[in-house]
Unconditional design. Structure first.
Length: 289
């Protein structure tokens, strides 16, 4: 069975043709311009490829309530040209096949659950820390939606003592994304994260905020696995510091087999850069079923 997969990002759109066993047959990338410029190019890629469904993992916020008049829309995104874009409706009209739709991070989590590090795990979190911060949640074997969908990058943080950075988020200033995403690192330190690899103080501070966020997620969502992806997490020296600080902040309050094995509890993605596109394909397969 052939499936279409679209990883819709604020900077680029990745399209692929994927077998239902996870084999990626073809992949292309297009820049994210305006909807009028971008959507016809994407539809032309998928047209006449013999796909039986299309899955879209999309930047947000998006409307995932199937009872809503704006289901399938990109809603209050900071990318102003894409606000109130009916992305699902567009592809339904152009391709006339089932369309699966979810956040890009829920899609990435679904890819890891189906083919990667979280395979066989019913409760897991996928967090991407890069240009922004977003999180996907699987609880009891289901991707979490609720009122809208998780916006895990915008939880409010307690400022680390001695840190007077104002915060980068235009909505909340010192939320998780405002303190820890790539643009915040660059503004705070005057260089991109990749140029700061040997600056221990950068990653000590970054890991403190990440650990603080993870403790909140652990206590509220009780995940059996946490996967940390995104460009910032390419700094592999972060992982041992985050694990240590997360354990310190929990302070022995919880005692589980998972938390006693932090090296295998807070981990990198297993699928490299493929988890998003594979998860999108599975969103299409789920809609087909």
């Amino acid at each position: 069975m052939l499936l279409g997969a679209l990883e819709a990002g604020g900077t680029k759109m990745v399209c692929a043709i994927v077998k239902d066993n996870g084999e990626i047959l073809e992949r292309v990338s297009y820049p994210t311009l305006t909807p009028d410029e971008t959507l016809p190019v994407l539809a032309d890629f998928f047209r006449d490829k013999g796909i039986e469904a299309l899955g879209i993992g999309c930047f947000g916020p998006i409307d995932l309530n199937k009872e809503s008049d704006t289901y399938g829309y990109i809603t209050s995104t900071p990318k102003l040209a894409w606000r109130n874009t009916d992305i699902v409706g567009y592809f339904k009209k152009e391709l006339n096949i089932p369309i699966g739709f979810d956040t890009d991070v829920n899609g990435s989590l679904l890819g890891e659950v189906t083919f990667g590090a979280a395979k066989g795990i019913s409760d897991a979190i996928y967090l991407t820390i890069g240009t922004g911060i977003g999180g996907g949640v699987m609880s009891g074997g289901n991707l979490l939606h609720g009122m809208l969908h998780p916006e895990m990058g915008h939880i409010l943080m307690s400022r680390i003592q001695g840190d007077d950075y104002a915060g980068k988020c235009p909505y909340h200033k010192t939320c998780f994304e405002g303190m820890c995403a790539g643009p915040a690192i660059e503004e705070r330190w005057g260089k991109k994260g990749v140029e700061l690899a040997d600056r221990d103080e950068v990653w000590e501070l970054e890991s403190s905020y990440i650990a603080q966020a993870l403790v909140s997620y652990i206590l509220i969502l009780s995940p059996k696995l946490i996967i940390l992806g995104g460009g910032v997490m390419h700094q592999k020296q972060l992982f041992p510091i985050i694990r240590k600080k997360t354990a310190e902040l929990l302070n022995g309050y919880l005692e589980t087999a998972e938390l006693k094995d932090m090296d295998n509890y807070i981990i990198s993605p297993a699928l490299g850069d493929d988890q998003g596109i594979l998860g999108a394909a599975m969103l299409g397969l789920d809609m087909l079923k």
